[in-house]
Design a protein around this ligand. Structure first.
Ligand SMILES: [Mg+2]
Length: 264
């Protein structure tokens, strides 16, 4: 992985020679720092202003691709006329259309049973909470005291595994969170392909930024398509991104420079 700011000379011509660049941005840990609980991760007015400027720039399309529910991520970002993909790409909505894999909706009743079981098994465990995002569940343990983290994580996994026969759900681990998703071949990477298709690939250069193992599907697709993939964070984890920045604030500085650099 190369430091993004050292590679501007190779990236800028790629953006300028494409018909349009499609910026696909994760939210938590990418546009805003990871917060102790999801409702504390608010977009600053400065970052919202940068995103708005990009969305109004003819050289770019803008999409936010998050593990949060679609309604949650739309409310947090609060911009009209851009694309949103929530629930790791299971719910997509943009000015050109909407998409949810029909099979994802069928799993909702099973997911409710799983949520109830996990709640029962983890009752009384301090610092754990379950976020019901409609089509997926997130079990957060960021508020667990550090010496207890390993034990609590094992308890969560045990509780989830006891429900796996209900629906053979997919598990993914993020930063102090375990995600439970329907067993479908659909992820952030598939959502990126869907969006590029509807916005008229080829001609659109995908640029994807994410901070976590759950963004790997997106990095892989963008690399395969010859786009620009950016990992956000100091703790470099093995992901298929070509570039990195150290923090959400570095990414936002780079984003702020795009409209001026690319409209010349
Ligand atoms: Mg993230």
């Amino acid at each position: 992985m190369h430091y993004l700011f050292n590679c501007w000379d190779e990236i800028l011509p790629q953006i300028k020679t494409s018909d349009k660049a499609m910026l696909l941005l994760d939210y938590d840990g990418t546009l805003v720092p990871i917060a102790p609980s999801p409702d504390m991760a608010r977009l600053s007015s400065q970052t919202r202003g940068i995103l708005e400027e990009i969305s109004l720039c003819a050289a770019f399309e803008l999409a936010i691709i998050s593990g949060r529910s679609l309604s949650d991520i739309k409310a947090l970002v609060g911009l009209e006329d851009i694309a949103y993909a929530g629930n790791h790409g299971l719910e997509i909505e943009c000015p050109r259309g909407k998409f949810t894999p029909p099979a994802a909706v069928k799993f909702r009743p099973l997911l409710e049973i799983v949520e109830q079981r996990i709640e029962e098994q983890l009752a009384g465990v301090e610092g754990v909470f379950i976020e019901d995002k409609g089509l997926t569940l997130s079990v957060h343990y960021r508020l667990v005291q550090e010496p207890m983290v390993k034990e609590v994580r094992n308890l969560i996994l045990k509780a989830i595994r006891s429900c796996m026969k209900e629906g053979n759900f997919k598990l993914t681990r993020g930063k102090k969170v375990i995600e439970i998703r329907p067993p479908l071949e659909w992820d952030k990477g598939k959502a990126i392909e869907w969006l590029l298709e509807i916005y008229g690939r080829p001609g659109n250069l995908p640029i994807f930024a994410g901070d976590d193992a759950t963004d790997e599907d997106g990095f892989k697709v963008v690399r395969k398509l010859g786009g620009i993939s950016i990992f956000v964070g100091r703790e470099i984890i093995p992901v298929s991104a070509d570039y990195y920045v150290n923090s959400p604030s570095e990414l936002c500085s780079w984003l702020a420079s795009l409209p001026g650099s690319c409209s010349l």
